[in-house]
Design a protein around this ligand. Structure first.
Ligand code: DLL
Length: 433
């Protein structure tokens, strides 16, 4: 099923015309109503009238999370507060959050974008969806909620936390669809199997997003929960969930709502555009937002665009699974490492659980990495000899995936903290020496 055939299956030429028309309007809207954008564009000598083609998007200045913070709370709003009907924010790790607002039309567009990926993931009005994202300032809960309602799904707004209660609802309310982060899906999968209710639950679909996860993690979760899992991507500064989502065709690449967002891929160091299909940082320009129009937002997310058409019938360009954030990348002995590389090396090894942690520390002046991996109950109670063999296997896999040898520590079952939202995969002890 395709939710919005007109926009999801649009001929390329028509889509580019629509994007250009909207880009012009959006740039003029930002320039005329947000002093910050006007000052930045004036400083670079660009006027809204300089946008003649889609390529001209590169003339526009970048926007960063710091720009958003510096304009806290309402400095980037382009409409009077009387027209703003919702406010969300993204917490971030330090300092003030970034704040975003939505007009009634923005909420309408957001629900439509979410309805697209919800439908692409297999969910229909026959389904019952349990939303375990937090309902609050985080965009996950409300974003998915309105998209699901639009599709006609029966929504259970269970919100985050209280895993025992989530399991009870899942069993009693017969949820067919689970909405959460992939790491919470792993946790729920474990809990379902431990409480012996696997045969009593009715899950068919898992729509997971909000943090990076690998295809190996997908297989792990699909098997543990007995569902078909798809990825979806978005960020508060741009809209929330709904920027892109996978279809069931190959589960390979998330279709971008191109009529609302232009995604460029740049080199995060030189800021130059990457060649089509090359990996780099995603930069997003929203084309139809009223309350907080965002121009060339530097996401810090690393991925690539997939130019080949998809056989599902949608013509919209896809983005590959996000490999990680530039902020989460670290350099060990000259090698760039993303947590997702470690995840794909570890998962699927018999005798381990899909729970791991990366511990960064200093070895002299150099950064060093220790990987903690949880061992399964069975392996833990097994012979020492088998544990040693497991250690050797993991070490070899890590070395071949990362290109360097790193320290490894096998830890007892249940020692790595479980996540109810976005997982914390890195402990940074580098400051401590
Ligand atoms: O996480 C929005 C969202 C909610 C998306 C629910 C999907 C589902 P923020 O809290 O602002 O918004 O975090 C945005 O999360 O820049 C990425 O680094 C990461 N992220 C989001 N989706 C994915 C994904 C929401 N599918 C930040 N894969 C983004 C990898 C993701 N990373």
């Amino acid at each position: 099923m395709i939710w919005d055939k007109k926009h999801e299956c649009m001929a390329e030429g028509e889509m580019r015309r629509l994007q250009l028309e909207r880009l012009k309007e959006s740039v003029a809207h930002s320039y005329n109503n947000v002093p910050f954008y006007r000052a930045k564009m004036d400083a670079e000598g660009v006027k809204p009238s300089d946008i003649h083609s889609l390529k001209d998007v590169t003339k526009l200045p970048f926007t960063t999370k710091d720009d958003m913070r510096r304009n806290y709370p309402y400095g980037l709003f382009a409409v009077p507060m009387k027209d703003v009907v919702r406010i969300h924010s993204s917490s971030g790790t330090t300092g003030k959050p970034t704040v975003v607002g939505y007009t009634r039309r923005d909420l309408e567009m957001w629900a439509e974008c979410c309805a697209r990926f919800i439908t692409a993931a297999g969910v229909t009005s026959e389904d019952i969806a349990q939303v375990t994202f937090g309902y609050g300032l985080f965009t996950g809960g409300f974003g998915l909620h309105y998209g699901l309602e639009r599709v006609g799904v029966s929504v259970i707004p269970s919100s985050s936390g209280n895993t025992a209660r989530q399991l009870m609802l899942m069993e009693d309310f017969k949820s067919t669809t689970l909405i959460c982060t992939p790491s919470y899906a792993v946790y729920l999968g474990e809990a379902v199997n431990e409480s012996g209710i696997k045969d009593k639950i009715s899950l068919k679909w898992g729509l997971f997003g909000s943090e990076p996860w690998t295809n190996k993690m997908r297989l792990e979760v699909e098997q543990k929960l007995g569902l078909s899992a798809t990825d979806n991507y978005g960020l508060s500064e741009v809209i929330g969930p709904g920027v892109a989502g996978e279809c069931l065709e190959f589960k390979n690449g998330m279709h971008i709502c191109e009529d609302h967002f232009i995604i460029e891929v740049i080199d995060p160091e030189t800021l130059e555009p990457k060649e089509p299909g090359e990996k780099g940082e995603l930069v997003i320009t929203a084309l139809s937002k009223e309350a907080v129009p965002v121009m060339r937002y530097r996401t810090r997310d690393i991925s690539r665009l997939i130019p080949e058409p998809c056989s599902c019938g949608r013509t919209t360009i896809r983005m590959e699974k996000v490999h990680g954030r530039t902020d989460d990348m670290f350099i060990i002995r000259g090698v760039n490492i993303f947590p997702s590389q470690v995840e794909s090396a570890l998962l699927g090894i018999d005798g381990t659980e899909p729970h791991y942690m990366l511990v960064l520390y200093k070895e002299g002046a150099m950064d060093a990495l220790e990987v903690w991996v949880e061992v399964s109950e069975k392996m833990f109670s097994d012979k020492m000899k088998n544990l040693r063999a497991l250690e050797d296997t993991i070490r070899a896999r890590l070395k071949s995936a990362l290109g360097i040898a790193v320290k490894l520590k096998l830890v007892e079952p249940r020692t790595i903290a479980r996540s109810e939202g976005k997982a914390k995969r890195i402990i940074d002890n580098r400051e401590k020496g």
